[in-house]
Ligand binder design. Structure first.
Ligand code: 7RM
Length: 631
């Protein structure tokens, strides 16, 4: 499974294309199965019916825990670094983690959870979060982790979409200098969630919370009453493992469904090959488990691989902008995986935060979530990597389950800002808007993947047609990524960003339609249009054009109120960075908003706006340009 040279990569790649069935079968054999599969690959992209390792039986937690407990019980599985730098880090060995997962799995069963039930997890980055996730997998429950920054309404929407029977949360969360309520937000959400029968609350901040009789129980009390022995549920390869909601260009966030075997095989295979993890090393991914990166590369990929995964509760700037470098120094981190937005933000804080830190343990630096600009790539390479670390710029998506295009650390020759080459099993192609394949090198196009890989999205929860329409319809027989991409003279891939109405703010995916819906629910807002614009640190910022029923006397107050509404409805991550009040929006005769024009104005373009001849009222454009200058 492990590739060690560029020649081996080329051979593996060739085999994965010529003979994908045997290629993946050989890799899958290295895992622990309760019953072997009958067929490696079935179904088709046309109706989004891909299935892998059909008929196989397994439990992912036996691969992530039991297997390693037998071989190396005292090896650290999770090193947890708390928010407060003075507080001692906690190490959970594979044996301890296994015991705690089994115990909590019994708590789930005792509280009525059975195979196939959906469980929502709304927690900060504490070990109990990883334990809750794995305990769900142990009993065959489908976890749906909701990022701790989402609002009560966002929780309720997600819980209701998949009829979660339970929510696991904490009293509160520590985030830098702030203490944030969690249970209280869950309580607000639960006003509108009839499916939830039980709430399990773990203690973190000792914030007083309301506990409802017959519904709410304490984690610490529950685990006292159960055994530490919990046989793993027998799961089919294609039984859903989890749902993770992600934003698209239209409508509400979709529940992306990943299944058991394919996801396990692919997350572990890519973890080992991209990062080249060696026994004894410490791996640190700064993502939150609320996003796919945390699922695949804090929990499942590393643990299935028997690695040591460092999990950090806090934020990069607390107590100061040297926190990541301090963690790397103290825990002798070898592999560090973060987002370009964090790099750009830490670049701005000055040398004193990293110069005095010993970063010599580092071997591999990773980047994920958004395009990394050359300046940030070079800064990361020179100042953090000291020119001695390889940078892996990993392109992938919630829907792909694992890394798709990336260098293999110290194997693939890198190039600043390039995700470089596809991993074995991944067949990318560039196509134009008509679906014509763009051959050759030195070209640009829409990125599609023309052959299934084990962790491709299986469905969108409750609406399979939406999955087909979103990913498999634009280019029949191919998976459409919604990303634009260039392939340079060397055949290297560089992802240029989304080609749909999704904005990538600090590596978080936000749908413009969702933000517009939130804005439109604010009193006085008649209509709104949201676009992304280049932002030095966040990558993209959110720019909202708003038609309001009458111009406010105090525009800054109205802006604040509008932001409060967006925070209530979605969460603080969706707050527009700029709000411009306008009297009209540039629309075509058929009533479609011409976002292209709004995007250009948001970028600061005033002259060349392209063809505006189809506009109903071209005068509105001049007004918007004038207003944008004053903002
Ligand atoms: C892993 C993750 C997916 C979107 C994707 C891209 C963008 C992610 C890179 C990247 C350029 C990268 N999942 N993206 N990684 N763009 N280079 N290395 O982020 O579902 O939350 O977002 O993120 O646009 O479509 S995600």
């Amino acid at each position: 499974m492990r590739i060690r040279t560029f020649e081996e990569y080329q051979q593996a790649y060739k085999k994965s294309v010529d003979d994908p069935i045997n290629f993946w079968a050989e890799i899958a054999q290295e895992f622990e199965w309760k019953k072997p599969w009958i067929k490696v690959l079935d179904g088709s992209f046309e109706d989004a019916s891909t299935k892998w390792f059909v008929g196989g039986k397994l439990n992912i937690t036996e691969n992530a825990l039991d297997r390693h407990v037998r071989e190396k019980p005292h090896y650290p599985a999770i090193i947890w670094e708390p928010n407060e730098p003075g507080d001692e880090a906690i190490t959970l060995t594979y044996k301890v983690l296994h015991e705690r997962v089994c115990r909590f799995a019994n708590v789930l069963k005792k509280n009525g959870i059975q195979k196939g039930d959906r469980v929502c997890i709304y927690m900060p980055m504490i070990p109990e979060l990883a334990i809750a996730v794995l305990a769900c997998a142990r009993v065959g429950a489908i976890h749906s982790v909701v990022f701790g920054g989402f609002s009560a309404k966002s929780i309720a929407d997600r819980v209701n979409d998949s009829d979660c029977k339970m929510i696991i949360t904490t009293d509160g969360a520590f985030r830098g200098a702030k203490k944030i309520p969690m249970k209280e937000t869950v309580d607000d959400a639960l006003i509108g969630c009839p499916s939830v029968q039980r709430v399990i609350v773990a203690t973190r901040t000792r914030t007083p919370v309301s506990m409802i009789k017959g519904r709410d129980v304490w984690w610490e009390e529950e685990i006292k009453t159960v055994s530490a022995d919990c046989p793993a549920e027998v799961m089919d390869s294609e039984d859903p493992l989890f749902i993770l909601y992600t934003s698209g260009s239209t409508g509400k966030p979709k529940g992306v469904v990943h299944t058991t075997a394919g996801y396990m095989v692919y997350s572990a295979y890519t973890f080992q090959n991209v990062f080249q993890y060696e026994p004894g090393e410490v791996y640190f991914c700064t993502a939150d488990v609320g996003w796919i990166t945390g699922h695949s590369y804090i929990i499942y990929g590393p643990l299935v691989s028997g690695a040591t995964s460092l999990m950090f509760e806090g934020v990069p700037t607390y107590p100061d902008a040297g926190r990541f470098w301090d963690i790397i120094e103290r825990h002798k981190v070898n592999i560090f995986y973060t987002a370009p937005t964090a790099i750009r933000s830490l670049m701005g804080f000055g040398n004193e935060f990293w110069e005095n830190k010993d970063l010599s343990s580092l071997k591999v630096l990773g980047s994920v979530g958004e395009p990394i600009n050359e300046e940030a790539w070079n800064w990361y390479n020179t100042n953090i990597g000291k020119g001695n670390c390889t940078i892996v710029d990993t392109w992938w998506q919630t829907e792909t389950g694992g890394i798709m295009i990336s260098p293999l650390a110290n194997i693939t020759k890198t190039k600043p800002a390039f995700a470089t080459l596809p991993l074995p099993g991944i067949q990318p192609e560039l196509v134009d808007d008509k679906g014509e394949i763009i051959e050759g090198n030195g070209v640009n196009g829409n990125l599609v993947i023309k052959f299934p890989w084990p962790s491709v999205i299986r469905t969108t929860w409750g609406d399979h047609q939406r999955c087909i329409d979103t990913y498999f319809k634009a280019y029949p027989g191919k998976y459409f990524t919604s990303d634009g991409c260039m392939r340079d003279e060397d055949g290297y891939y560089r992802i240029t960003g989304r080609v749909d109405d999704v904005i990538n703010v600090s590596g978080h995916r936000i749908g413009t339609a969702e933000v517009e819906d939130a804005l439109n629910s604010h009193t006085g807002v008649i209509e709104s249009a949201v676009v992304g614009y280049p932002h030095d640190i966040k990558g993209q910022g959110i720019y909202a054009y708003i038609i309001i029923d009458h111009m406010p006397h105090d525009a800054s107050m109205t802006r604040k109120e509008i932001l409060a509404t967006v925070t209530r409805i979605i969460g603080p991550i969706a707050k527009p960075d700029k709000i411009q009040f306008v009297s009209g929006l540039p629309k075509t005769r058929s009533g479609k908003i011409m976002r292209r024009i709004l995007r250009k104005i948001a970028e600061g373009e005033t002259g060349n706006l392209g063809d505006t001849s189809t506009l109903l009222d071209p005068a509105v454009v001049d007004e918007i340009i004038a207003g944008a200058k004053e903002l």
